[in-house]
Design a binder for this molecule. Structure first.
Ligand code: TYM
Length: 338
């Protein structure tokens, strides 16, 4: 089955399980913003139901959900161009997830690397929700018949599972109902690495705050984290091939390229030959220029959370116009008496 019969529609989500990181911004949000102006309907989501697969303090969860919405808007997501929602206000996500729990196979779920990473050594103590996380993610996407999903590299396996679930549902029920969604993993920074360890992903759950750039970091903190970022002693190469075995150097160059909307080759033409003592202040200045307006706007929006709540409530109403008929049709296909 191909997707052209489906309306070009983008869905993506971010967990409100902590602050926004530079990884979320460069790997996902920047692309969310640009897709608003392409030929797509766009729906962006704070996945609060996913967040509680690991413990969240209720007051923190509420605050983080609003702050994430503020981060989306401050980064350029317009509630006029996109539907902006928090997952729990659109109940069809969780309802479709149940159906998908009955489509996905245990063997498929057991292969998910994110569960293995997050559950760690003590998988017996992980929540059932953490194991089932990817079927809810498939439902997030397919309840909109979304055709394209912009994400960072780490979500690739979940998107493959989403396609497998759509294909099995279509096959089992003899329908052509769910699209095979295309992942959109593009740009210079689809995998932003930790500033302390070039082999680890930059993550909001890393215990070391120095490992990441938070979108709410002030200019001084930002500059200090970049100055202290782990590097090697060599000068920067003039061509991308010279970064192959230098994960920390590659990460900083990727970040620079993504922030400045340049390719890695373009950046290296300008900075090749420089020592990190010269390059790091340039990167810090660029990061402050690009990120401070966002964090200032986030703070301004957070001063009036009721406006954010209104946007999310309106978004939920718009979203349900799409999701309610798709859920009804799914129930009909499956054989539920309506
Ligand atoms: P989450 O909240 O971990 O991350 C949100 C988005 O940010 C990207 N990302 C990164 N990109 C580059 N470098 C990094 N270091 C980095 N860290 C995070 C992620 O790839 C993601 O695009 N399961 C998802 C949330 C989700 C979702 C969905 C996404 C739920 N339902 C439906 C797409 C469609 C997650 O945990 O993202």
């Amino acid at each position: 089955m191909t997707t052209p019969t489906f309306t070009p529609r983008v869905f993506s989500g971010i967990q409100p399980s902590g602050g926004l990181t530079l990884g979320n911004y460069l790997g996902a949000i920047k692309r969310f913003v640009s897709m608003q102006d392409e030929a797509f309907e766009t729906i962006y989501c704070m996945v609060d139901l996913h967040a509680i697969t690991v413990w969240q303090d209720p007051a923190d969860l509420r605050r983080n959900t609003r702050e994430l919405a503020a981060g989306f808007i401050a980064s350029g997501i317009s509630p006029e161009k996109s539907i902006l929602i928090n997952q729990s206000q659109v109940p069809e996500h969780a309802q479709l997830a149940w159906i998908f729990n009955c489509v996905a196979r245990m063997g498929w779920m057991k292969r998910m690397t994110q569960f293995k990473d997050k559950a760690g050594k003590n998988a017996e103590a992980a929540s059932l929700g953490l194991f089932g996380y990817p079927t809810l993610m498939a439902a997030d996407i397919l309840i909109y018949h979304a055709t394209h999903v912009p994400v960072g590299e780490d979500q690739k396996q979940h998107l493959e599972l989403t396609r497998d679930i759509a294909a099995k549902f279509n096959h089992d029920y003899g329908v052509d109902f769910f699209p095979l969604t295309e992942p959109v993993i593009e740009g210079a920074a689809t995998r932003v690495m930790s500033l302390r360890d070039g082999s680890k992903k930059m993550s909001k759950s890393d215990p070391s705050d120095a490992s990441r750039i938070n979108m709410t970091d002030d200019a001084d903190t930002l500059a200090k984290k970049i100055r202290k970022a782990k590097t090697d002693p060599d000068a920067l190469p003039s061509e991308a091939a010279g970064l192959a075995d230098r994960p920390e150097a590659r990460n900083l160059v990727n970040i620079y390229a993504a922030l400045n909307d340049q390719s890695v080759e373009e950046v290296l033409r300008e900075v090749g030959g420089q020592q990190f003592g010269t390059f790091k202040p340039l990167l810090a200045e660029l990061a402050v220029t690009k990120l401070s307006p966002i964090s200032e706007e986030m703070a301004r929006l957070m001063a009036d959370p009721s406006e954010i709540d209104r946007i999310l409530s309106r978004g939920a109403g718009q979203a349900r116009e799409i999701t309610a008929p798709i859920l009804e049709k799914t129930y009909e296909i499956v054989g539920m008496v309506r």
